[in-house]
Design a protein around this ligand. Structure first.
Ligand SMILES: Cc1cc2nc3c(=O)[nH]c(=O)nc-3n(C[C@H](O)[C@H](O)[C@H](O)COP(=O)(O)OP(=O)(O)OC[C@H]3O[C@@H](n4cnc5c(N)ncnc54)[C@H](O)[C@@H]3O)c2cc1C
Length: 235
């Protein structure tokens, strides 16, 4: 099997690798698959921060099975049960990860890399989340985590043509479904954004950063990460 240099680099950085076994596959929606893994040792290292994510290594059939890493949000986990869930968007065109998720069955073994992400939601100020379907699991985890508090949360979500009305669980949040979360946010007073969190396609992250810069939003009030790249594989 071809070797991915990125994996060697991550090993040099001492990013831990874990073996995980698929123990459940279910369909949240025809385009969103939930996959449950058993990986007690990995689960022990989770700290439960919402939006915590893992790097899943999947074979790229167009490159002779070269392993590619793709980010996925921990959608739920159990310390006692030693399991965790991810929700994978089945997109078109497929990439190695969405193709893997379409076909995967219980019993499959995978390697997962994990390093603790930095805290990234600010303090008590209002919170604005900009998202699409790839970051829908993160939005759900964040809203559920903050639901018990009094923090004001608004969400600008690109559902990418899907009906998310009966699917999305964002307790306590004001949700705006829009084809362009950055434009919708921009026309809804970005100066009042409080802390801004975004998980979007790469060019939208760039557009968002320009809007925030023009609005004078300090960098310390922003966490914006590219979740995928339009028209090409992530890496
Ligand atoms: C921190 C982090 C957390 C993430 N959490 C999740 C998660 O919980 N669930 C989830 O589904 N994704 C999540 N993602 C996004 C996921 O890693 C990317 O979508 C990834 O590119 C999918 O890999 P792939 O191999 O299927 O497609 P790639 O090989 O990367 O891309 C193949 C083709 O598919 C297109 N494509 C890729 N992703 C999408 C998409 N989401 N929608 C439409 N077209 C797409 C590309 O533009 C390209 O044309 C996360 C990303 C990061 C960085």
């Amino acid at each position: 099997m071809p070797v991915n240099a990125q994996r060697g680099y991550m090993r040099l950085l001492r990013i831990a690798e874990h073996h995980a076994r698929v123990v459940g596959v279910s369909t949240r929606s025809p385009w969103l698959k939930r996959i449950r893994f058993s990986a007690p040792e990995l689960v022990e290292s989770f700290d439960g921060h919402p939006g915590e994510w893992i790097r899943l290594w999947v074979p790229d059939s167009s490159k002779g099975g070269l392993l590619r890493q793709r980010g996925y949000t921990v959608a739920g986990f159990s310390y006692e049960g030693g399991w965790f869930d991810i929700d994978v968007v089945l997109h078109s065109p497929d990439g190695p990860a969405s193709a893997w998720a379409r076909a995967v069955r219980p019993g499959a073994e995978v390697v997962i890399s994990f390093s603790r992400p930095k805290e990234h939601l600010g303090g008590t100020e209002p919170l604005t989340l900009l998202a699409d379907t790839s970051s829908l699991p993160a939005v759900e985890a964040i809203c559920e985590h903050l639901a018990a508090g009094s923090r004001e949360i608004r969400v600008f979500l690109d559902a990418q043509g899907h009906d998310v009305a009966g699917l999305l669980s964002a307790p306590g949040a004001r949700v705006v479904i829009t084809e362009d979360p950055v434009a919708a946010f921009s026309s809804a007073s970005p100066q009042e954004g409080g802390f801004v969190w975004a998980g979007l396609e790469r060019s939208r992250v760039s557009a968002l950063k320009a809007v925030l810069k023009a609005a004078g939003t300090p960098r310390s009030s922003v966490h914006a990460q590219a979740y995928w790249i339009k028209g090409r594989g992530f890496a």
